[in-house]
Design a protein around this ligand. Structure first.
Ligand code: NDP
Length: 329
């Protein structure tokens, strides 16, 4: 069936300015790390992307290695773009990244100019796009001069392969250095993509301050702690969930009884304010003015509908933020 986007798609979503740039991002963005690879059902992936767009989620986040197999999430998104979203290309922000191992040998990983440029060229072929809107260096490289990685990002913009660039998983100190180099080169750092959720709070402190000072936008990944900050694990680990596929030791680390007790209390609190825990966890991320967007994942359409409803219940009050803090303490 030919897809036609919902006429009401811009009615409920908030769009936040990304740092000091001209670009606005939806408060909620969709990441394609899990559930969009060739091992997944294409029809489900397609329905999720289209539902997201219908709900005002205009930003889709990819990386060279998303799948499995690596690269297949970009290929599948490219198919959806060609088949359904082509008329809407200019209403959509697509990002990709390079930094993790993508092909064998010394040029398929990390942060050299050789790897970053070649990887984006491969991503563009898989996506079937002339350019991505945002291209990230996925992780800092301890062995390549940061100037080389940043000048590759600058070149990528100047050569028309990307409109904006960002960094991911960089520390506060690395962010300052990267931002300064990019500024000198004339291609400002648009955005940083760090992990952030109630159980992973490394963003708070120096990095948050740095992003505010440097006027860099911020899109937080895994805001639901990969599904822990929802009601799905309250009574065990259902089959067909992400944690059910984790190795036992990793499962234990993510799902300790101590964490689950906190999740139960958080879930009660969310229900009291008339929303789901997933929705409250997303609002909690968005309480920082620096956070432009939260980058969710999903395995079905109803999760996207749930997350997109996060803004409906209104901002968290100071008292509510303190109550969450007490539960997490
Ligand atoms: P989340 O923390 O949002 O976890 C998503 C998972 O939570 C889903 O797959 C689903 O699990 C579960 N879930 C989501 N919504 C609901 C809901 N409403 N109710 C119940 N369960 C729900 O994010 P991800 O860890 O998936 O990361 C999001 C994106 O962030 C990635 O796709 C990627 O774009 C980016 N990312 C970037 C990284 C980086 O290094 N830059 C690293 C990691 C992620 P289930 O599948 O079990 O149903």
């Amino acid at each position: 069936m030919l897809y036609k986007a919902s006429d009401s798609r811009y009615e409920k979503m908030d769009y936040n300015r990304c740092g000091a740039s001209g670009l606005k991002l939806p408060a909620i963005s969709l990441g394609l790390w899990h559930n969009f690879g060739d091992i997944d059902t294409f029809q489900n992936s397609r329905e999720m992307v289209l539902k997201a767009f219908d709900l005002g989620i205009t930003h889709f986040d990819l990386a060279n290695n998303y799948g499995p197999p690596p690269g297949s999430a970009e290929e599948n998104f490219g198919r959806i773009l060609r088949r359904d979203l082509k008329p809407y290309r200019d209403e959509i922000i697509v990002s990709s990244k390079a930094g993790h191992r993508m092909w064998p040998g010394p040029y398929g990983d990390w942060g050299s100019r050789k790897y970053l440029v070649a990887s984006l060229d491969q991503s563009l072929l898989r996506l079937g796009m002339e350019y991505v809107d945002i291209f990230y260096h996925h992780r800092p490289d301890p062995n390549t001069p940061i100037h080389e990685s940043m000048s590759a990002l600058d070149y990528i913009v100047r050569s028309g392969r990307a409109l904006y660039v960002g960094i991911s998983n960089y520390s506060a100190e690395q962010t300052k250095e990267a931002a300064s180099i990019l500024r000198q080169l004339g291609t400002p750092c648009l955005i940083h993509q760090p992990p952030y959720n109630m159980f992973k709070r490394g963003l708070e402190g120096e990095l948050l301050q740095t992003l505010a000072q440097e006027k860099i936008g911020c899109i937080t990944f895994s805001p639901l702690a990969q599904g822990l900050l929802t009601d799905k694990y309250l009574d065990g680990i259902p089959a067909d969930t992400r944690f059910s596929r984790f190795a036992p030791s990793k499962r234990k680390q993510h799902l300790s009884e101590q964490k689950l007790e906190k999740v139960r209390q958080l879930n009660d609190m969310a229900l009291q304010r008339g929303q789901t825990l997933a929705q409250m966890a997303l609002l909690w991320n968005l309480r920082h003015p620096v956070v432009t967007s939260v980058l969710i994942g999903a395995s079905n359409v109803s999760q996207i509908e749930d997350s997109a409803g996060a803004l409906d219940a209104g901002e968290l009050s100071k008292a509510e933020i303190n109550a969450i803090e007490e539960i997490l303490d």
